[in-house]
Design a protein around this ligand. Structure first.
Ligand SMILES: NC(=O)C1=CN([C@@H]2O[C@H](COP(=O)(O)OP(=O)(O)OC[C@H]3O[C@@H](n4cnc5c(N)ncnc54)[C@H](OP(=O)(O)O)[C@@H]3O)[C@@H](O)[C@H]2O)C=CC1
Ligand SMILES: N[C@@H](CC=O)C(=O)O
Length: 398
């Protein structure tokens, strides 16, 4: 028997218990041992559950249990998750987590603690929900020099943009649905303002570029300023609006990264990703472009990734846990020119006289524009006095 301690019985934690119990036989075949949930830590009680007797409010009941060899953390946040995870590894227990805040903040230190203690620190579920991405990036693509990663990395915002676009629903209604479905973070500000995507692109970039990227350095813009007119305007140009996280390493080793809403053409690989689905596009020098796609949030998809990490640990496969490098690298500002989408109610002649040649789509009382490539700073200078809407970057196919 391999005993597991669960920290946090919310959306993901309850999904992990459900998958471990429901698929116990097939999991046993894969892991070579029966995996049994021994204790569940949560602030609440769940008397209605068949396993209500496993609940505890004392972390020490898990920490001090010598039979529990694997701890799965799904509480979220840094406090007390960082303390519990560190102490579990110091006590010789393996740790699996879905907590991207923890991984993006303390990942290198926790990786080192794991290496020092001869245990594993695994975090497949911290990016892309149920999509296998950490493992493929660390292992299967390790022969490549990765030049760029682009992704739709947040299920909540992709769900919101999809339903706003398809059903014309307002932002607040759809956000409330995303919360009911268990997609959103406890504080959805992290989703809608882009910070959740920022943490995820920082984790992916750190693995791909083997330099730790501090997510706090990444320029981040979420979806809260997106208006229905932006979505309609994008459609008129044959494009969708997506919240894209990207990180790039140039030939000289300089790294740029950003999270922002972007217009993507229908033919672009990330364009056809809707609803709670996420997609990650990795560009490697040997493999070319590789796409990863699947459900980016939700109870069972995320539990799928957590349980896979637990199985890997229990079967003691030769698989090496992903390494978050200790050496950090500052990112440099991204000054590359891009085309931008803007709206204005001013006469078209006035706008194009200031911004230069643009593609235009006229609506009643306003016009949508896609500019020629320029920096955002140049656009804002040229557009002074035109009452432009928030500029949205346009991704063009390379
Ligand atoms: N939801 C999703 O789709 C995904 C979530 N994640 C990540 O997984 C983690 C968990 O997310 P999710 O399940 O949605 O979050 P929830 O808020 O649904 O679950 C967290 C659970 O942990 C409990 N908890 C919090 N603090 C403590 C504590 N100090 N001691 C004991 N129990 C505690 C909470 O109790 P209470 O409710 O009483 O506070 C709650 O039951 C987060 O890091 C999230 O970012 C990753 C991928 C997808
Ligand atoms: N809130 C997150 C959950 C998964 O990481 C999201 O919506 O993607």
């Amino acid at each position: 028997m391999a005993y597991v301690g669960i920290l946090g019985h919310g959306t993901v934690g309850s999904g992990v218990v459900e998958v471990l119990m429901k698929n116990a036989d097939s999991i046993q075949k894969r892991a070579g041992e029966r995996i049994v949930v021994k204790r569940v830590l949560d602030l609440r009680e769940f008397p209605e559950l068949s396993y209500s007797g496993l609940f505890t409010k004392r972390f020490e009941d898990i920490l001090e249990d010598p039979e529990i060899k694997v701890v799965a953390e799904m509480m979220g946040g840094l406090k007390p998750a960082y303390d519990f995870v560190s102490r579990a590894m110091e006590a010789g227990k393996h740790v699996v987590t879905s907590n991207k805040e923890l991984v993006s903040t303390y990942g290198p230190e926790l990786t080192q603690t794991a290496q020092r203690m001869g245990v594993r620190f695994m975090f497949e579920a911290s990016v892309g929900g149920g999509i296998p991405i950490i493992r493929p990036l660390s292992q299967c693509l390790s022969a490549n020099r990765v030049s760029e990663i682009q992704g739709i990395l947040n299920g909540t915002t992709n769900y919101i943009l999809t339903r706003m676009g398809n059903e014309g629903l307002d932002y607040h209604t759809v956000l409330a649905d995303a919360q009911k479905l268990g997609y959103a973070e406890k504080d959805p500000t992290n989703d809608v303002e882009g910070f959740d995507s920022t943490r995820k692109i920082a984790i992916l970039a750190s693995i791909a570029f083997q330099k730790f990227i501090d997510y706090r350095q990444i320029d981040t813009e979420g979806i809260t300023k997106i208006q229905m007119e932006d979505i309609e305007g994008a459609k008129a140009f044959g494009m969708n609006i997506k919240l894209i996280g990207s990180a790039r390493m140039d030939e000289s080793g300089e790294i740029t990264a950003r999270v922002s809403p972007c217009l993507v053409p229908h033919s672009y690989p990330l364009s056809g990703i809707f609803d709670v689905f996420n997609g990650v596009l990795v560009k490697g020098d040997a493999v070319g472009d590789v796409m990863f796609y699947g459900r980016g949030a939700g109870k069972l998809p995320t539990a799928s990734a957590v349980v896979a990490d637990i199985i890997d640990i229990v079967k003691k496969s030769d698989f090496k846990a992903p390494i978050l490098p200790v050496e950090t690298q500052d990112i440099v500002p991204d000054t590359e020119a891009a085309s931008f989408f803007v709206r204005s109610a001013k006469p078209v002649e006035e706008v194009t006289a200031a911004l230069g040649e643009c593609d235009t789509a006229e609506f009643e009382g306003w016009t949508a524009y896609i500019t020629q490539p320029m920096t955002e700073k140049a656009l804002l200078q040229k557009g002074e006095g035109l009452a432009l809407s928030m500029p949205i970057r346009v991704i063009t196919e390379e």
